[in-house]
Design a protein around this ligand. Sequence first.
Ligand code: MIG
Length: 816
Amino acid sequence: MQTSEAIHPDKHAGTSVGGERGKIGAVRCVEQHTSYVALICEYATVLLQCVHAQILRVNILDGQEQRLDTTAAVLPDAFEAVRMSLTEDDAQLILATDAMTVVVERDDFALCVYDAQGALVTTLCEVVKVPGGQTDVRMKRDPADHFYGLGEKTGFLDKNGETYRMWNSDVYSPHVPEIKALYVSIPYVMHVHDGHTYALFLDHAGESVFDMQQHSDYYSVQTVKGDFDAYVIVGDSMIDVIREYTALTGRLHLPPAWSLGYHQSRYSYASQTEVMDLATSFREKGIPCDAIHLDIHYMDEYRVFTFDKQRFADPKGMVHTLMSQGFHVVPIVDPGVKRDPRYDIYQEGIAQDRFCKRIEGDVFLGAVWPGESGFPDFTDDATSVWWGEKHRFYTDMGISGIWNDMNEPAIFNESKTMDLDVMHRNHGHPKTHEELHNLYGMLMTKATYEGMRQLLGNQRPFLLTRAGYAGVQRYGAVWTGDNRSFWEHMEMAVPMVLNMGLSGVPFAGADIGGFAHDVSPELLVRWTQMGAFFPFFRNHSALGSVRQEPWSFGAQVEQICRKFIELRYRMMPYVYTLFYEASQVGMPVMRPLCLEYPQDERTSQLSDQFLLGRDLLVAPVFRPGVRKRMVYLPSGTWYNYWTDEEYTGEHYVLVDAPLDEMPLFVRSGAILPEYPVQSAVQFDCVSSLQFVIYGDPQEAVQSYVLYEDDGISFDHELGLYNELEVTYEATVDDGASVTYRYLQQGYLPAYRSRVFCFTRIRAVEQIAVEGFTCVTVEQLTSMSKGYAIDVDAGEVLVKLPADVMEARFVWRRQKS
Ligand code: MIG
């Protein structure tokens, strides 16, 4: 039965009597302040601020207000004092920096941004506003444009034709294309028009909508309520725009190297014995693994900062034994604190006033696993410090990784989250949950990260979070929540994680094998193959679903999973160097082809293949029974990793994909560093470093810079790291030279030798390396210097002791 409420006037857009929806009107007055220009329009105030030469802030406020506060997404020291000139006439205002010019039309507040060359970057056509309500900003577009970013969303790579909502949501099901919001909200879109890219970042922690669907001549960005504070970021390329965006919202801290290894999880490994058995299985079966996650059943009735005494009799002993086997333990921590007057954390939370409250003063209680629970108010610094400090419980046991879940926050009620009228202290400027919702998860992770950092001293923490907002990349990794063991979900993970990378979050991944539902043996194989090339590599599955560890389906599945997990460990120096690059310039680790080949329109919508860094092209298999697949190779020459077959790029090729292989290509020109496979990532035990050199130096000079440090401490921040540059180039007489030298040298690697492996050399048997003795491949293993020719593989191996810090050597063809 319905009541009259079904036809409530508020349910019909356009008939609202609350406020008038209209344009913000003409610019009536212009005020120039030290760091910004205020345009007082008829119905709103717009503050324009150049926070970087390439970043324009457009802050649209109700009435006459002038405020420049930001959310926690924006780094406080990101703002530079940028010189901005202002000229005005009757019709226009013109603001300029070295990198852009902004022209505002006085009569209707249309705003155009031009780049340094004078080319039009973007046009803000109009702002439509309801006082105190929605603000809708319309940006010009063409139907053929491309849209990327938008954080964690379902659907394909290019977001043209989609509408999304930014509202952190716990969506157990379904993760389908029409789901508008998931756990993470990053109100950031990259708009590519005619080969030029800029980004728009809306710094708004309440609900917002990005609509690239309804109108072919503009896309619209709306805040559902409240102000509209956006940044327009211009740049020469997508890469440049990401660099600028991550200068504004931050970059990840280099994670501990072990967190780039393989993680095993299950909801839940529910006892100490089960966990120890699991660890033993990995080592007995020789499957590399670095981390075991503990889901909610480790706790005493889901009380955070406890272990169940029956099932985990000696957690500290367990953690220590596991660490001696090379494992790290990552326990889950949810924000809800069980309402239990006998529980010390709850007692303290109440006594010290740590929980979110209603304005009348009563603590907000919401039901989660432990039953009714209080939720720490992470917008309050003292509470964040308190929460961070509580993690001593874990660090005292030797734990250095934490998994944050349910931090949207997810609550078992009708709205699925905290009541919108609950208050957040927000550093003395109280706001409602409705206004700050999307920040909750990130602030929890921030509090955890900062606490762990404090507690661990010089050791790097690892953090995993489900919810997040722009800037979450600063604190750790994100996984994409409760997917299912569906082939479709494996396929969807690619564009989802690619767009996370384009949105500034390089450390991300989806549950391998799928969380809910039962994985099939073949799906586990294909997903593990793909997962080995994802930034975050964790197998996780739900209560009640079929077991999903790599050995759950017999010898063949186990063997193939092992092969790909091992491959990940062999590539570790390559992967680690990519993370370093992400930490320095914000570059994604896992990249869509359009990022590296923006001129190639064929890459603009490629959702089913991706690059790991610049040099590896990954083409997973997404359907059962499929043993071949089509791959698009962009410009250049590419080698099939498995067969060494050579392909010319800008072609679609059909390649073999037997069950134990996933199509994988290496870019000609690549110099790939490899370590021997370890059972867990330990840089202090690496025995050798090998550079595999793909390509022909006659075509181009090749170079690569390897990054190395101890992988566990913050010493790299003091300069204790290496950047080792390798250059491979042709010499005049049909030979080639290799030069390696340190660009930075501050870390002493453990390995004793460096091997350079030249692949695909023509007439390999005629090669001689000057000043080196030729031996057999076997002999070379026990020698510290020499070279060997592998005629069958078409390879030359040159070995040098690792204490040779700088070298140049030449190989030539012998005159017969
Ligand atoms: O579904 O802690 O997304 O990874 O295993 C309930 C139990 C809560 C949701 C997470 C999932 C985790 C599960 N959690």
